[in-house]
Design a binder for this molecule. Structure first.
Ligand code: NA7
Length: 519
C-alpha cells in the first residue's frame, strides 16, 4: 500500500494539512461550492500552496446557511460542535444557534484564514470536462478555467423538492419554498398553509404561528419530535471558554463524544437509548390534550428512521388556537387554496412549501465528463457508484466532500466533512507528489458501495419502516454513513492499489491556453 505520510486532520492542528515534501506548486485546484465543505477544501488546498479558486453559485459563502433564510432557521445540532475542530468557537452563548450566527462563524473562519479573496461568487459551474490532462470548467457566465484537480463540495440539501400536486402553479397567493424565502414577505394576519412537517417546517411554524391569522399544517407523515431546550450556556462555562484558549476544543471534544455515542445508539436501535428517548418524546406527545390530535401526531415507524425533528415548542405550537393540523391527502391546489381528496377546501392567502430537498441530485445539473467522454449520468445511471464517498471511477483527480454515503444527520456535519478530507488530502498529496491522475477502479468502487450498504442496511434508517431523504426511490441508502469512527478508518486505510493512475506531465502541453488562470 502506498501510504502518504504527513496528512493530519481532525486534530486541532492547522487546517488539516502537513506537507513534508516538495510540492507541485503550479498545480491548479478548483473547489466547487463555498459552503462548509468548500471552505474546508479551499483552506486545505491553499495551505498546501496550490493555486486555488473557489467557485460559488450563490452570492455569499455559507452554503445552506446562506441560502436558508426562512423565519426561525437555526442549526438544531449543538452549536459548539457545528464548527471545524481546528477553529472551535467560544462566542456561541446558547446551545442552539440561529442560522445567521452559523453563517457568521463560517465567514469569520474564511476571514481569519484569508480565504475569501479566492472565492468567486455568482459563478455556477455548468460543465467540467476532462481533456486527458486536466479539467476544463465552464461557468454559467461564460468563464473558462483549467485545473489539474477539482474538488466538488456542492452539498446535498439545496435542490428544492416541490410536491407533485396538480395545480401548484395555479396558486395566486404567495407561494414560496422555505429554501428560497422572500425576506420581504409579510405574513402577519394572513391565512397560511404549509406543506411538509420536517425539521424546517417545525422551525417555520414556531415563528409563523405567532403572527398569522391561521396556520394550516398539511401533514403526510407524523414525525418523532425530540425536545432540545435552547438553554443559555452557563456563565461559568462561558467564562472558562473565553479564559483558556484550549477550553473551546476540550468542550467541542466532550460534546462530540456524547453526540456520537447517542447517534450510534439511535441508528442501531439500542433498547435502553430508544426507551429513554421515547419517554422524553412521549412527555411532549402527552402534553397534547386533544386525543384525536395526539393520535394524528403519533408516528408508526421506528425512532431515528427519519432524522428526528428537534424542537422545544412543537407540541405547544400544534395546540395554538390558530393552528390546524390537516392529515387528509391533498387532491389539488387551486388559485385560492388547497383542495383535499375528500372534497374539503382550505382557503389560503399564502402557501409555504417545506418539502425538503432532492438529495440524489449530487453535483447535477452540472455536466461532468471524465475519461473517454464518460458522463456522470452514465456512471451513476443505476447507482451512485463511488469510492469511499470521495472519488468516482472514470473521473481522474476529481474528488468530493459531502458526496454519497458520506455523512449522517445525527452527528455534526463538520465532523463528517473533516473526516472525508483525510482521504481527499491523501489523494491530493499523491497527485502533487507524483504528478499523476488518480481515479478509483470500478471494481473497488462497487465493492465500496456494497460494503457501506451492508452496514447501513443493519440500521434503523433502512429497517425502521419509513421513507426518508436518506434513501433513494428504491429504498437503498444514498446519503448516510453509519459511523464516523468507521468512516475515519476507511479514509485512513484506503489503498492506492484501488486506484488507476497515469502520469500527467507529458499531457500538460495539450491544455487549452485561452482559459483563465487561477491565482
Ligand atoms: P424533509 O426532512 O425532507 O421534510 C420534508 C417534508 O415534506 C416531510 O414532512 C415530507 O413528508 C413532506 N413532503 C415531501 N413531499 C411531499 C408531498 N408531495 N406532499 C406532502 N408532503 C410532502 O425536509 P426539511 O427541509 O424539513 O429538512 C431537511 C433537512 O434539513 C433536515 O433533516 C435537517 O437536517 C435540515 P414525508 O415524511 O415524506 O411523508
Amino acid at each position: 500500500m502506498s501510504e502518504i505520510k504527513g496528512v493530519v486532520n481532525h486534530s486541532g492542528q492547522g487546517v488539516g494539512v502537513v506537507t513534508e515534501m516538495p510540492m507541485w506548486k503550479e498545480a491548479r485546484v478548483v473547489v466547487i461550492g463555498a459552503g462548509i465543505s468548500g471552505i474546508l477544501a479551499g483552506l486545505q488546498a491553499k495551505e498546501r500552496g496550490c493555486h486555488v479558486r473557489i467557485l460559488e453559485k450563490g452570492g455569499d459563502l455559507g452554503g445552506v446557511w446562506h441560502h436558508n433564510r426562512y423565519p426561525g432557521v437555526a442549526c438544531d445540532t449543538t452549536a459548539h460542535t457545528y464548527v471545524y475542530s481546528f477553529a472551535p468557537e467560544a462566542e456561541f452563548t446558547r446551545r442552539v444557534a440561529p442560522g445567521a450566527d452559523v453563517k457568521k462563524y463560517y465567514k469569520s473562519v474564511a476571514k481569519r484564514f484569508d480565504l475569501e479573496r479566492l472565492v468567486s461568487y455568482n459563478k455556477e459551474v455548468v460543465s467540467c470536462v476532462w481533456d486527458g490532462a486536466a479539467w476544463n470548467l465552464k461557468t454559467a457566465d461564460g468563464e473558462s478555467l483549467v485545473a489539474e484537480i477539482v474538488i466538488a463540495a456542492t452539498g446535498r440539501l439545496h435542490h428544492p423538492v416541490f410536491p407533485d400536486i396538480p395545480g401548484l402553479s395555479n396558486f395566486q397567493g404567495n407561494c414560496v419554498h422555505t429554501s428560497q424565502w422572500d425576506e420581504t414577505l409579510d405574513l402577519s394576519g394572513k391565512r397560511v398553509g404549509i406543506i411538509g412537517t420536517g425539521s424546517t417546517a417545525a422551525q417555520v411554524n414556531s415563528v409563523l404561528s405567532r403572527i398569522v391569522k391561521k396556520l394550516t399544517v398539511f401533514q403526510r407523515t407524523p414525525q418523532w419530535v425530540m425536545s432540545m431546550p435552547n438553554w443559555d450556556i452557563p456563565a461559568d462555562q462561558l467564562d472558562k471558554l473565553k479564559a483558556d484558549p484550549a477550553e473551546p476544543r476540550r468542550y467541542f471534544d466532550q460534546l462530540l463524544r456524547d453526540i456520537e455515542r447517542d447517534a450510534q445508539a439511535q441508528l442501531l436501535g439500542d433498547e435502553a437509548y430508544v426507551r429513554k428517548v421515547k419517554e422524553s418524546i412521549y412527555k411532549g406527545l402527552d402534553s397534547v390534550s386533544d386525543s384525536e390530535l395526539r393520535r394524528k401526531l403519533t408516528p408508526n415507524y421506528e425512532i431515528g428512521c427519519k432524522r428526528m425533528v428537534i424542537s422545544d415548542d412543537f407540541y405547544d405550537v400544534m395546540q395554538r388556537p390558530n393552528v390546524e393540523l390537516e392529515i387528509e391527502k391533498i387532491a389539488s391546489i387551486e388559485s385560492n387554496g388547497v383542495r383535499l381528496i375528500d372534497g374539503r377546501f382550505h382557503e389560503l392567502d399564502a402557501l409555504i412549501i417545506a418539502t425538503g430537498f432532492k438529495t440524489d441530485a449530487i453535483m447535477r445539473p452540472m455536466k461532468l465528463r471524465g475519461v473517454d467522454g464518460i458522463s456522470i449520468d452514465d456512471v451513476w445511471e443505476e447507482d451512485l457508484v463511488c469510492y469511499r464517498s470521495v472519488a468516482i471511477p472514470s473521473m481522474p483527480n476529481f474528488f468530493m466532500i459531502n458526496g454519497p454515503f458520506s455523512a449522517g444527520g445525527r452527528v455534526s456535519y463538520t465532523t463528517w466533512i473533516e473526516i472525508q478530507s483525510l482521504l481527499v488530502n491523501r489523494m491530493v498529496e499523491k497527485v502533487l507528489k507524483d504528478r499523476v491522475a488518480l481515479m478509483p477502479t470500478l471494481a473497488a468502487s462497487i465493492a465500496s458501495v456494497e460494503h457501506i450498504r451492508a452496514r447501513v442496511n443493519g440500521t434503523v434508517l433502512v429497517k425502521g419502516g419509513c421513507q426518508s431523504w436518506a434513501l433513494d426511490a428504491k429504498g437503498r441508502a444514498l446519503v448516510d454513513y453509519p459511523d464516523p469512527k468507521v468512516l475515519e478508518d476507511e479514509m485512513r486505510t484506503a489503498s492506492f492499489a484501488d486506484f488507476e493512475e497515469f502520469p500527467l506531465k507529458p499531457l500538460l502541453a495539450k491544455q487549452t491556453t485561452e482559459s483563465t488562470s487561477i491565482s
